[in-house]
Each structure stands twice: as structure tokens, then as C-alpha cells.
Design a protein around this ligand. Structure first.
Ligand SMILES: [Fe+2]
Ligand SMILES: [Fe+2]
Length: 730
């Protein structure tokens, strides 16, 4: 057994073995796809019907199932193991799920898996066969299914990661209505790219990270693991271990935030793994089985939409296999072997038995978050444990604030100095009345003010998410000069994005006497109270020219804090907010687009949580017959989100004065405006100018934002795309 393990310089060479492929190449490669022929299917149906029942719940069965497999089966499985151990992946099609029924197919699948390796437990329910699905208990086997929402299963995109076992297998019982593609990427290909492009990150990844056990620790075990290296080499092959949400979870639990170097290394890893062409994406059809070597291949999943009928929702069955003394997996060094073969309650084999006390939930010493909880179950029914195993972590950082932090306005109101105002005025007068569309930062020199802009950019994108500048003499300047000044300042933060289908870059916010009950009216055109929402861009800016007679305060709330609150109180509803919801485009529809788009409220991507929210638009999207219906659980989740946002202990109000500029980061904050009563005289009425900006330094966003933002490239994204969406331009 090879127990040595190279790190450092000895490891730093590219790999060229069969497991090193790009997604584009894998698509055209042979030797890893296996189709069951008609006669093989007949044999399997006969063998399975003889041995296995189509009743009961196969996911809770712990015994080996006795059966007599067809003679050819072991040779077929050997070829599959050969593919897994070299290429890292095997894909079989044609398991006759429709003929066998779901329960019998599940048993056949597990029995086949147990001829390849040992099935391991996957959660603190000690399931050997774990259902992967969207919501509630949809397999129909468990009488506790009335307690819907238990068991974290979402429709959200899952980032690339490995599971803590030798081989993971997934059988598709039912597929999603759309989406839900399996995305796999070769660890060696990611390694080679990092070695070539950013080798400075490799020592950090080789040093490794502790992993959160997410409540799955056994009695006497610590809630986090020892550091587990991301990359190592045993023999001629690269070994990879990576699950970012567990790394971040451990950092939170240990109260040891990741260093900038660690975050940069993880970001580089994720960015390369999700680069176009790197990953291979494959749709699951019923009867498909995918096997992956967790040392060679990372897996993820694209977001999906389910059939509204829960009994027809996407359902996969997962097996974790330990491959015994197979040379690919036997030589693993103890650091990695320990971590993944004995991941707390996970990774026990059937022949080891399950200690009674382990079948009970673990009492947690740290009461911050209910990761494992038990539903009150009717007598005689096995308690069903909730696992938040893939829920993004609790968020930390400056953007997680509550109202009390801003009670003292001197901590956030920035009064501009006369010298700064002079500089801005000088730049604005130099521009004169030329077309604003052609004004760029270089046309608007601000040598002194520049440092304040840089601080603002940091507060917005990395910090608390808002900035208030006070004191622009807008009355003296008049409308045109104020417009130029505001637009010029904005250009220093990022390019402006169009705010409506007409491509307007500098918006006017005033009461046009319209009512939001008209579905073609956007709320900023009315005097009604808005609701907490985000605008469709990275940063929104408002310059106040005139304030209403009464009301019209601006409210801000941290969506990061809301995520934490909901995650703590109701992890099941937090999961619902990761599911894509139909959102109305309010008539601003580009040719070829549907009138709504699908996006989750909370989007976890590369270690950051970005929220996008506008409840009235989610509700009005229900007027479209082809929009997926909101489930009761989704509505409950949105209600909780609004309720927490409206808590005065969480949000805070500010009233903009004429000459104030407010900047807000939409990915971390929601904003709202109170109803107002305006002046009778037209010229005194509330009047604000609005900018939507796309800073080049903005955070990475997942692809799903392209639906709303046109593209996800910083500097070019956001705004209302009613022109050519593919270019992100109007
Ligand atoms: Fe996984
Ligand atoms: Fe807004």
C-alpha cells in the first residue's frame, strides 16, 4: 500500500493521464458510456422481479438484499469500474425503471452497486440509498411525508465539489421538467490550468482546510475535521478533495475566517472549474446511472424547474461506494482516508452495523443553528432527520448588519468639503452641455475626490453596502449642472446601465400619478410605498433634487442578515429561497424572451450570497399561464423574508435631503421607499435622479443572473435589456 503522499515541489507537474480531460473532449470520447441492450434489460427485469419487492421504503433498508444476478452482470460492472478508475466517470443508460417500478429499481440499483464496492451510510439516518430531490418527501415511501420540507433538497445550482467517499453513483428515477443537468469537471484539468496560470495558489490548497461535519459527527467527534488537502498525489494520479461550503462552514464554526490568500485560492479554483469548456454537462434521463471517482472528478448540478405535481418531481438515488482494495483507491494516505471513510456518522458499512445511539440525532453543544433536528413524529414512525448538508453557510462580514449599527448617522453620513464640491463643479462645468452618453470617467477629472470614491467602492462592494454623500449645492447648480455632476461621479464607480426599454441611462424618479396596479407601470413612477426589493444592477445611486412634503424615506435592509435569520429559524424555508421563481419582466421584454424569467432570491456563488428580489413582480408573474406556480412553501418563505425585512430592529430609515447622493449595493441590500405626500406646486415636488452602475470590480455572479442582467460580466451587466440581450448592450 502506498502511504506516501507528495506535496510541494514534488507534486508540481502537470498530469496527462486518462482522468485529465476537458468537458468538450469528454463529449466526443468513447469508453465511458454503457448502454443496456434489450436482452440485458429483460434479464435484469426477470432477476429483480424474482428477488425484490415493489413495496416499502428501500431508502431505510440496511440489510444486504439476496438475489441472483444475470451471468453477464459482473463483467459489465468490471468494465464500468475500469472506466471510473481511469477516466473518473462512467455513464450507463437504460435501467428499466418504467418496467420495474421505482422501489424495485432502487433495490436493483443498490444490489448492483454492492457488487462493485461496499455501500456506505450517507447521513445520520444511516441511509445506504439516499434520495436526492427538490422538496419534501417525494418518493412516496415515508409516512412522515406530511412534514414537508424536511431534508434539505433544493432546485438550486450546486457548485462543483466531491463527496466524501471513493465512488458516488446517481440513478435517475425521474427527471426535472427543465434544467438539472449534471456538471462534471476533471480535477487534473483544473490542476493543470492552475499550475499554468496561477501556481501561487497551489501551496494554500495543498495545506488544506478543516471541513464542517454539519452536525453529522458521531459521539465524541469534533464538529470539524482536521485540515484536508485539496490536492495531493498518490502514485501517478492526482487526488482531489473539495467541497467549498464545508470549508466555509468550518471557518464559521471555528470562528477562524479564511485569509485573503485562502479565499483567493478557492475563488481561482472555482473560476477555473466553471470556465466554459472545462465542465461536461449531461442531462439525466430516467434509468441513467452516473458513477464518479471522487478523487478525480468534481460534480455539480445546474438549477432546475420541477413539474408542479410533486409526485413527478426530479428524483435521483445516490449510493456511496467504498471500493475496497482496488488500486485506484486503496493507496490513499491516512489524512484523506480518515477524513472521508469516517466522516462522522457517514461512511459506515452494512457489515459494521449501526450503533444504536448513532441512529439518534446528536445533541449539539453549539446552539447557533439547528442543523440536525427531528420532526415530531407520530408514534411508531421513525423520526426523519433534517440535514442542511448543502445549505450555504451563515454569512459573516460587514454587510451583515442590523439597524442598531447605524443609529448614529455620523458613522455613515459623509459631508463633502467645499474643496471637494469645487472640484466636482469644475469638472461638471468643463463638460458643459455635451451629451452625457459620451461622458467617461477620464472626461471628469477628480484628483482629490478620487480617494473618497475608492472608499465608497469598497464600502459598497466589500463592506456595509451603502454610502451617503451629503452637501451637493443642487439648488444653486440647477438641473443641468446637477445632472452632469451626478453622472460624472457615477462614471468613476462604474459604467451606467439602461434603466428602461428606451435605454435611458439617467433616470428620473418622481410621482407621475400612476398606480402600480397597472402591470405596465414600474413602482418608481408612483407615490406608493414600495416594498423591499433590489434594482436590476450592481449599484444603484440616487441624487435628491427635491424632497416630498411628507414621507418618502428610504429604507435599507441587509439581505445577508435576512439570509442568516431565516437560515437559523427555518432552514427549510431558506432552502426554498434558493429555488428559481418566475419574475415578471413588466412588459420590458426583448424579442424571443418569455414575459418572465426564473431566478432564486438567494444565489450562493463562489463564496458569496447575492440576493435579487422584487415580490410584486414575482406575484404578477403568476398571471402568465406558462409560469411555474408558487408552492405553499415558497409563499411561506417569501412571507417570512418580508416579515423579517420589516422588523424595525433589522432595517433602518434615512431621509434624503436635497443634495444627498445615496449609493446602494443591490447584491447585499434590499431597499424600499415609504409612501409620500407631495407638494401642491409642481416645481417643488419630490424629484430624484437615478443611476444604475456596473463597477468593473463587482463580485462574480452565477449564470442565472444573465436572464435579468443580459450577461454576468462585470462592467457590462445589469439594466433593462430590451435591445440585443446577447451583447448586453441596448
Ligand atoms: Fe455531491
Ligand atoms: Fe429600487
Amino acid at each position: 500500500m502506498n502511504q506516501t503522499w507528495s506535496r510541494g515541489a514534488a507534486l508540481r507537474t502537470p498530469f496527462h493521464d486518462d482522468s485529465c480531460w476537458r468537458g468538450d473532449d469528454l463529449a466526443v470520447r468513447s469508453g465511458w458510456r454503457f448502454e443496456l441492450s434489450e436482452s440485458m434489460r429483460t434479464d435484469l427485469v426477470r432477476a429483480a422481479c424474482e428477488a425484490f419487492s415493489d413495496e416499502g421504503d428501500p431508502t431505510v433498508e440496511r440489510e444486504h438484499l439476496p438475489w441472483t444476478p444475470p451471468e453477464w452482470l459482473d463483467d459489465w460492472l468490471k468494465a464500468i469500474v475500469q472506466s471510473i478508475s481511469t477516466i473518473g466517470v462512467a455513464w450507463a443508460t437504460g435501467l428499466p425503471v418504467d418496467q420495474l417500478g421505482e422501489r424495485r429499481s432502487a433495490r436493483l440499483y443498490r444490489a448492483m452497486g454492492e457488487r462493485m464496492g461496499q455501500a456506505l451510510t450517507q447521513n445520520s439516518r444511516c441511509e445506504f440509498l439516499s434520495p436526492v430531490f427538490n422538496e419534501g418527501v417525494r418518493f412516496g415511501y415515508d409516512s412522515t411525508s406530511a412534514s414537508q420540507g424536511r431534508g434539505y433538497r433544493s432546485q438550486a445550482q450546486l457548485n462543483h465539489h466531491v463527496d466524501p467517499t471513493d465512488v458516488v453513483a446517481l440513478l435517475c428515477i425521474r427527471k426535472a421538467r427543465s434544467g438539472g443537468l449534471s456538471s462534471i469537471v476533471s480535477a487534473a484539468a483544473v490542476w493543470n490550468a492552475m499550475l499554468a496560470e496561477c501556481p501561487e495558489h497551489l501551496p494554500v490548497l495543498e495545506a488544506g482546510f478543516p471541513y464542517d461535519r454539519k452536525g453529522e459527527e458521531g459521539p465524541g467527534e469534533r464538529p470539524v475535521t482536521e485540515p484536508i488537502p485539496v490536492f495531493g498525489r498518490s502514485g501517478q494520479r492526482l487526488d482531489c478533495r473539495y467541497a467549498r461550503s464545508y470549508i466555509i462552514g468550518a471557518a464559521g464554526r471555528l470562528d477562524q475566517p479564511l485569509s485573503a490568500a485562502q479565499i483567493a485560492a478557492l475563488d481561482a479554483f472555482d473560476a477555473i472549474a466553471s470556465r466554459p469548456g472545462m465542465a461536461f454537462r449531461m442531462p439525466f434521463e430516467p434509468g441513467d446511472i452516473q458513477w464518479l471517482d471522487n478523487l478525480s472528478v468534481l460534480h455539480g448540478r445546474t438549477a432546475f424547474e420541477d413539474d408542479p405535481d410533486p409526485s413527478r418531481g426530479r428524483m435521483l438515488l445516490r449510493l456511496w461506494l467504498q471500493m475496497g482494495d482496488h488500486p485506484r483507491w486503496a493507496g490513499l494516505p491516512s489524512a484523506m482516508r480518515w477524513a472521508y471513510a469516517r466522516f462522522g456518522l457517514l461512511g459506515r458499512r452494512a457489515d459494521e452495523g449501526i450503533p444504536d445511539q448513532w441512529a439518534q440525532p446528536v445533541e449539539r453543544s453549539d446552539a447557533r443553528e439547528p442543523i440536525v433536528r427531528v420532526d415530531p413524529a407520530p408514534a411508531g414512525v421513525r423520526p426523519r432527520l433534517e440535514m442542511a448538508s448543502e445549505l450555504p453557510p451563515e454569512l459573516t462580514g460587514e454587510a451583515c448588519w442590523t439597524a442598531a449599527q447605524w443609529a448614529d448617522p455620523t458613522t455613515w453620513v459623509e459631508l463633502l468639503s467645499p474643496a471637494e464640491i469645487n472640484e466636482i463643479e469644475h469638472a461638471a462645468r468643463a463638460w458643459g452641455d455635451r451629451d452625457l452618453l459620451t461622458l467617461r470617467a477620464e472626461h471628469f477629472p477628480l484628483p482629490q475626490f478620487r480617494s473618497r470614491i475608492e472608499r465608497a467602492g469598497h464600502h459598497l462592494l466589500e463592506g456595509r453596502g451603502f454610502v451617503l454623500w451629503r452637501g451637493l449645492p443642487v439648488a444653486r447648480w440647477g438641473r443641468t449642472l446637477s445632472q452632469v455632476a451626478f453622472y460624472g461621479l457615477g462614471q468613476h464607480l462604474g459604467p451606467a446601465r439602461p434603466q428602461n426599454a428606451q435605454g435611458q441611462l439617467l433616470g428620473e424618479v418622481r410621482d407621475l400619478g400612476l398606480k402600480s396596479s397597472d402591470p405596465s407601470v414600474r413602482i418608481y413612477q408612483t407615490a406608493e410605498r414600495q416594498s423591499f426589493h433590489t434594482d436590476s444592477c450592481d449599484v444603484v445611486g440616487l441624487l435628491c433634487l427635491a424632497q416630498a412634503r411628507q414621507g418618502g424615506e428610504s429604507a435599507l435592509v441587509s439581505s445577508q442578515t435576512l439570509w442568516n435569520e431565516i437560515r437559523r429559524a427555518r432552514p427549510d424555508l431558506a432552502a426554498a429561497l434558493l429555488e428559481p421563481l418566475a419574475t415578471d419582466r413588466r412588459g420590458e421584454v426583448a424579442p424571443g424572451e418569455r414575459s418572465f424569467f426564473m431566478i432564486p432570491v438567494f444565489n450562493w456563488h463562489q463564496g458569496r450570497m447575492s440576493a435579487i428580489y422584487h415580490r410584486p413582480y414575482i406575484e404578477s408573474a403568476q398571471r402568465f399561464p406558462d409560469a411555474p406556480r408558487l408552492s405553499a412553501r415558497q409563499i411561506e418563505a417569501l412571507d417570512l423574508l418580508d416579515q423579517r425585512a420589516h422588523d424595525p430592529a433589522i432595517h433602518f430609515l434615512m431621509r434624503l435631503e436635497p443634495g444627498d447622493i445615496q449609493w446602494v449595493h443591490n447584491h447585499t441590500l434590499f431597499h424600499d421607499r415609504m409612501a409620500f405626500e407631495d407638494w401642491p406646486e409642481l416645481e417643488r415636488r419630490r424629484h430624484l435622479l437615478r443611476l444604475w452602475l456596473a463597477p468593473f470590480e463587482a463580485r462574480p455572479l452565477p449564470d442565472v443572473f444573465a436572464e435579468r442582467y443580459g450577461c454576468v460580466e462585470p462592467g457590462r451587466r445589469g439594466g433593462v435589456m430590451a435591445g440585443d440581450r446577447s451583447s448586453g448592450q441596448v
